[in-house]
Design a protein around this ligand. Structure first.
Ligand code: ATP
Ligand code: MG
Length: 393
């Protein structure tokens, strides 16, 4: 079947009133971005509550659908055929030809759903439904009409040309990126944080990321892996600004000054402080982490509370209640899993104590952090100022 265009449907929720055009414009922008690498020279337009992607050249439907299934805000993708208006007899022929090509087995139940945007058309929608229905039944006698739960809902839209479509391929849902603020993801090389970033982008939030590396304790390959993950997340989230912070000096200083069983918690508190400072500079309104209750010592409820204490911004932890397998399932679905499991150390694994505290006492943590007073502010400042920035896409 040679489709010329795609009708793109989106859920109405969240785009009522004056927000509607913001929602639609953001969606059009993301659709253009997603279709750019697909052959077909698509022209993306919005028209009375719908978005069309019209191809100027032949295109591969599977490629286009795959790209659009990564655009949040899309609820359905309908491959569409456009025919010229050459009178009703010709329309009947075109409809039968369409059904013949799309449904080789002619034993389906169907309903015709005509809409007239062109009110000059000599028949009304009811008449078109009835006449086309009769023509289909006559040409394909093993089909039948089911007005309540048809297997094939044939949409016939009469405009200056006539649109025919009957398939709705599910989109990813969510809201278009760019409609819901901006947040800073703490992106490690693991499985969880890319999934967390994906989930928040799905709600329409523009995501930036920060990665803490500790050369020479963590290798360049570990850093490359994070850049790769940022690129994979950007397939959904759009171009993603990544801040790479050198954390070595801070980590060594904590290691020298503080009790080793508190290392992870104190390190995590500094990661959050630095992430928040960069987030403020970048006009983000929230932080995102891949934490999940009980997964490791630093993610007991007590540890999460101790880490959270240093944050004044909201911290989104979208996988907080997920089992590991549930997170793995999403990472496989979005294509980050294979990269996440590459065996490169991240900076936390090197400085982990044998017996990290699982119920940190916040007063003791404060007491330990006082031992850092001499140099830590300067070190944090340097880490922020010397961060390497790149846009991943
Ligand atoms: P992940 O699979 O996301 O690496 P994890 O199970 O390894 O998570 P932790 O190492 O305790 O868990 O990290 C918890 C969260 O802290 C991560 O999901 C991530 O958001 C953040 N984080 C950890 N290490 C780093 C790092 N080196 N750079 C940036 N963020 C980090
Ligand atoms: Mg990790």
């Amino acid at each position: 079947m040679n489709y010329q265009s795609l009708l793109i449907k989106y859920a109405e929720i969240g785009c009522k009133g004056k927000n509607r055009y913001l929602f639609e414009d953001a969606l059009v922008k993301q659709i253009r971005f997603a279709l750019k690498p697909i052959e077909g020279s698509f022209l993306v337009t919005k028209e009375s509550g719908r978005i069309y992607a019209n191809a100027e050249k032949d295109f591969d439907l599977d490629d286009a659908v795959e790209a659009l299934q990564r655009v949040f805000g899309i609820s359905g993708i309908c491959p569409m055929v456009q025919v010229e208006d050459r009178g009703f007899e010709d329309l009947k022929k075109q409809v039968l030809l369409y059904l013949d090509q799309v449904y080789p087995k002619k034993d389906f139940t169907f309903k015709v759903n005509a809409r007239r945007a062109n009110k000059q058309y000599p028949m009304n929608s009811e008449e078109i439904n009835r006449e086309l229905g009769a023509a289909i039944l006559e040409a394909y006698p093993h089909t039948s009409v089911d007005v309540h739960h048809p297997e094939v809902m044939l949409h016939v839209e009469i405009r200056s040309r006539i649109n025919l479509y009957s398939q709705v391929i599910p989109g990813p849902g969510g809201m278009p990126v760019g409609t819901n603020g901006r947040a800073m993801l703490l992106l490690s090389g693991g499985i969880d944080s890319p999934v967390a970033g994906y989930m928040i982008a799905k709600r329409g939030v523009v995501v930036e990321a920060v990665y803490f590396h500790a050369p020479p304790y963590t290798s360049d390959r570990a850093k490359e892996k994070v850049v790769d993950l940022a690129r994979l997340v950007s397939r959904y989230a759009g171009p993603l600004k990544l801040h790479i912070v050198n954390f070595t000096d801070i980590q060594l200083y904590i290691y020298d000054q503080c009790p080793h069983e508190e290392l992870t918690i104190i390190m995590r508190r500094y990661m959050m402080r630095i992430a928040q400072a960069i987030a403020e500079k970048e006009k983000c309104q929230a932080l995102i982490t891949g934490e999940s209750i009980g997964q490791v010592a630093s993610q007991t409820v007590q540890s999460l509370a101790a880490t959270n204490e240093v944050c004044t911004m909201p911290v989104f932890r979208p996988v907080i209640g997920f089992d590991k397998q549930e997170i793995v399932d999403i990472s496989e679905k979005i294509g980050t899993f294979e990269t996440s499991i590459q065996p490169f150390e991240d900076c936390c694994t090197i400085f982990v104590a044998k017996h990290p505290v699982t119920k940190p006492n916040i007063n003791m943590i404060h007491h330990s952090e006082e031992k850092l007073a001499e140099k830590i502010d300067e070190m944090v400042k340097t880490a922020i100022e010397s961060a390497e920035v790149m846009v991943c896409q």
